[in-house]
Ligand binder design. Structure first.
Ligand SMILES: [Zn+2]
Length: 129
């Protein structure tokens, strides 16, 4: 099971990658497009600065590309193998799905990216106090 301390827990919930105590994003709803990528500057629990250097999250673009391809493949497999759609129809499904969940892809990619660099530390929050 996924629980606190697992990287995937931080990634799926958008939590601080070091203490897993609080959300990195200022607004919980990713679908308000103007707010999708608004993040807190740092974690109030452990003091981790999310944007470690200027344009830190630029690298998340590569992650979002990989995530996008993975989702496209998944949608393709489901539509062709399960729903037996034609190729062109599966293409519409892929485009539609990627478009609709783009805000989620963008956030998940940032979460994955920052988790490459920061590991969970169960003592992080208390150390900072
Ligand atoms: Zn933290």
């Amino acid at each position: 099971m996924i629980s606190k301390g697992d990287k995937i827990y931080s990634i799926l919930n958008g939590l601080c990658p070091r203490c897993h105590q609080q959300k990195m994003y200022r607004f919980s709803n990713p679908f308000v497009v103007s707010d999708t990528l608004k993040m807190n500057e740092k974690c109030n629990d452990c003091g981790l600065k999310y944007k470690m250097e200027p344009s830190f999250f630029f690298g998340a673009m590569y992650v979002s590309y990989a995530v996008g391809v993975a989702i496209a493949v998944a949608v393709f497999v489901v539509s062709v193998l399960i729903f037996k759609t034609r190729l062109i129809t599966s293409f519409y499904w892929i485009s539609g799905t990627l478009f609709v969940i783009l805000p989620i892809i963008l956030r998940i990619s940032r979460n994955i990216w920052i988790n490459f660099f920061v590991s969970y530390d169960s003592n992080a929050a208390s150390k900072n106090r």
